[in-house]
Design a binder for this molecule. Sequence first.
Ligand SMILES: Cc1cc2nc3c(=O)[nH]c(=O)nc-3n(C[C@H](O)[C@H](O)[C@H](O)COP(=O)(O)OP(=O)(O)OC[C@H]3O[C@@H](n4cnc5c(N)ncnc54)[C@H](O)[C@@H]3O)c2cc1C
Length: 421
Amino acid sequence: MNTRVPPDALDFTPAVGDMPFTPKQRALLSLASELGRTKFAPRAAQWDETASFPFANYDDLRDAGLLKLCVPESHGGLGADYATYMMVAAEIGRHCGATALTWNMHICSTMWTGVLADGIAMTDAQRAEHAKRRELHFARIVNDGAIYAQPFSEGSAAAAGKAPFGTTAKKVEGGWLINGRKIFASLSGAANYYGVLCTEDKGDEHPDARDTLYISVPATAAGFSISGDWNPLGMRGTVSRNLYFKDVFVSDDEQLMPRGIYFKGAQTWPAMFFTLAPTYLGLANAAYDFTVQYLRGEVQGEPPVKRRMYPTKQIAVAQMRIQLEAMRSLFTRAILEAKPNPTKDEKMRLYAAHYSVMEGANDIARLAIRTCGGQSMMKHLPLERIYRDSRCGSLMLPWTAELVLDRMGRETLYEAGEKDD
Ligand SMILES: Cc1cc2nc3c(=O)[nH]c(=O)nc-3n(C[C@H](O)[C@H](O)[C@H](O)COP(=O)(O)OP(=O)(O)OC[C@H]3O[C@@H](n4cnc5c(N)ncnc54)[C@H](O)[C@@H]3O)c2cc1C
């Protein structure tokens, strides 16, 4: 990592807005901004056009130490906490949505097993088992620059948290036998390890979400395969294809969390699902930044035509800024108060922040195109890609825009355990 600590003030406004950052946060934000501006933004069109994975960006992330951002310092990582990750991820999303979204899957594999797991209640035996196993996963990332994916979705109600995962893990001598299928697995073909959520097959034919296991499958494991087309509207560089597991054996050490802990974690740490949002806050910033530059006639390579003198443009920019500031405020409040077992108000704010960012990003991109006009949506400019990428945020489980509304309404009107009959 570039350890140069910037002066007290940054020379740019981060995607999360201006706030009292720590020296470490300033250093990381500067690093992300520099990588984003000089490397990721110029390459973004290429991954989008060919729907291919941004390998070159991952080489840069690895060289900069950013693959080990959330690995604890005691294990050789940069030891970034939840809020710091969320700030840095938004900065990367500002320059390349697909890189930020896939990097989120990788980082979560270290953050869930790291700082989040530290906040989940475990017995002494579970804590000891977890400490031993995560050492192996952290070492793969720190020493070998390994990449982890996070394939949960199956096309059933499981990824929404409403049913047990259909992918199963059966205990066998020395490890687990995994069978099943995942859809929409970002980093497919690029990851070295796939952190799958599956249900323990206890042989009783009564799958239970409390028996969810979080296990890493090496890309080289026998019986593991990737298939399916990948030609979507947006986030094309994520290369999120289907995974198949046919009697895949993995050793006990591949367990990313002890038995039963993922289920507890999902209940204890709702903010773990908010980590998809910074990518989209970054995209909202990108749409806003572009609009300001375009109206000022300052987009590189374009004729220096100014359009800022029209009151309608000024009003639209003001509307975009108001929406962006509202998103930033909710987002920063939510990341600063994220913790295990939040209060009801904190949880509502978290949902509100997630919804505002996921729906707001596409709304700002829509307004950007309407305001800048027809020439702004040509393929050689980033705006149409930002518009398409930003459309994907509110589709992502478990907190799609619909499901967030569902949760907020229900959890407002019903206290835990309350029923009408
Ligand atoms: C670019 C991109 C990258 C992705 N990367 C990953 C990844 O790396 N790992 C991963 O696990 N997933 C990933 N996903 C998948 C994503 O999280 C969702 O699982 C997927 O988009 C769901 O597909 P669907 O909308 O067809 O689901 P469906 O299950 O058909 O749901 C359709 C809609 O119905 C609603 N719905 C679903 N279930 C319920 C329910 N029980 N009750 C009420 N309403 C419900 C939701 O609002 C949902 O949007 C990615 C998706 C995208 C777009």
